[in-house]
Design a protein around this ligand. Structure first.
Ligand code: ZN
Length: 74
């Protein structure tokens, strides 16, 4: 049960739903994510590239952003 032992940390391949892949340091070999810095609206400044309909709205709601600008997103 040494899950978080620093010795277990190694390069981890992250695959995003948008198709981007990159590496992070983790105690897992592979991870799948739904958004990454490539496709996340926060970084891209664009809407409509989230992997699932509703993701953007959910995110905006969670963080209190105005949803009017994202109506056309999905
Ligand atoms: Zn992505």
């Amino acid at each position: 049960m040494a899950k978080n032992n620093p010795a277990n940390y190694r390069p981890c391949k992250v695959t995003c739903a948008c198709g981007a892949t990159f590496e992070v340091i983790s105690n897992k070999d592979e991870v799948s994510v739904e958004v990454c810095s490539n496709c996340h609206p926060f970084y891209t400044g664009k809407q409509g590239r989230a992997s699932k309909a509703g993701q953007v709205e959910k995110f905006n709601k969670k963080y209190g952003f105005n949803q009017k600008d994202t109506k056309e997103a999905a």
